[in-house]
Design a protein around this ligand. Structure first.
Ligand code: NAD
Ligand code: MLT
Length: 319
């Protein structure tokens, strides 16, 4: 967006108003149209220099081709850019910018809440009481103190989860191909290969991107190598834990509980996911990892500041 003439930006998902305010103060013209239809987006995108999205808008080849010429940047108020066709954006010279750190703490806190929720059957107990029942023995839980938490992916979120769960007395082990063992040791994680992790873990939480190497990272084979009753958590991306394998592991008792914030199809109402979320031992939330007031303000401010930097010809956090 360097040398950008009109600095006209469309925000097409629900994003904190601080984004629009920051851009407007810097001389941008901003149209805020959360929930715009795919057809309307394709029809109007040619009139904008920038597009800002969260995860709702699918920035497909069609959208990018319709915007190419004028559109110079797509900003993602958040981490994952799975909803943006990056190869096509690169081909068209459209920069893709994300805000990878603004929601890390919120996602880490949500993960910790999910670990505890599955350990103590909190949502199941909650619904039981709401339905007039008093089922104390049915919802017997486990302590996390003294248990081993395996963290797959030791980036921004994985390491924040590690330090928080250490304060609950958990032993933390983990794997990341790009984080060496001495670096992992600095935040209290004992680095090991996944083959060595599976038999040791009482809880497994995944914090990787969804890429070919991580798709189905937890599958029938890896579940088979785990302790019986292992609990699993996914606040990263749906599909890192193979969902069909998870159903089988829950039904056989190999998996003792799962806490899921993300699904390979969102909402999880098709492709067998409706059966997964109905499993009694599954605790689920509707992709809420980044849904805090604080995280949404941070990502909104960060994406706006990246656009301003780009318009001023300064270096940006592009992908
Ligand atoms: P990050 O890039 O900081 O860390 C990801 C780590 O995964 C990296 O260190 C990388 O080396 C590692 N990794 C890559 N391939 C791996 C493999 N095969 N095995 C093990 N590790 C591997 O990312 P982050 O900010 O920590 O985000 C982690 C995930 O959480 C992403 O998928 C992101 O989109 C997701 N996320 C979800 C929410 C939510 O609302 N649920 C919010 C924020 C982020
Ligand atoms: C992300 O990748 O940042 C998360 O999925 C959070 C979100 O924007 O919903």
């Amino acid at each position: 967006m360097a040398g950008l003439g009109e600095k006209k930006v469309l925000i097409s998902d629900s994003i904190s108003k601080i984004c629009q305010e920051t851009l407007t103060s810097a001389g941008f013209t901003v149209d805020y149209r959360p929930g715009i239809s795919k057809e309307d987006l394709i029809a109007c995108i040619k009139d904008y220099d920038g597009l800002i999205v969260r995860s709702g808008t699918k920035v497909t080849k069609e959208v990018l081709e319709a915007g190419a010429g004028r559109l110079k940047a797509v900003g993602r108020a958040g981490t994952g850019v799975d909803n943006i066709d990056i190869p096509v954006a690169s081909e068209k010279g459209i920069a893709v910018i994300n805000t990878p750190s603004g929601n890390s703490i919120s996602a880490a806190e949500h993960t910790c809440a999910m670990i505890l929720a599955t350990a103590r059957n909190i949502p199941q107990g909650h619904f039981s009481v709401k339905n007039g029942k008093w089922e104390r023995s049915k919802f017997m839980g486990v302590e996390v103190q003294g248990k081993t938490l395996a963290i797959i992916g030791l980036g921004r979120i994985g390491r924040e989860v590690a330090t928080r769960m250490q304060s609950f007395g958990m032993k933390t082990i983990g794997f990341d191909p790009l984080v060496p063992a001495d670096e992992a040791a600095k935040f209290g994680v004992e680095w090991m290969e996944t083959a060595n992790i599976w038999p040791l873990a009482d809880f497994i939480t995944v914090h990787t991107p969804l890429i070919p190497a991580t798709k189905g990272l937890l599958n029938d084979t890896s579940f088979g190598q785990c302790k019986k009753g292992v609990r699993v958590v996914n606040v990263a991306r749906g599909g890192i834990i193979d969902e069909a394998a998870l159903v089988r592991a829950l039904q056989s008792g190999q998996c003792g509980g799962a806490a899921l914030d993300v699904y390979s199809t969102e909402p999880p109402t098709s492709n067998g996911l409706e059966d997964l979320v109905k499993e009694e031992k599954v605790v689920c939330t509707p992709h809420l990892g980044a849904s805090t007031v604080e995280a949404q303000v941070k990502v909104a401010e960060e994406v706006a500041n990246e656009f301003i930097a780009m318009a001023e010809g300064r270096t940006v956090n592009g992908l």
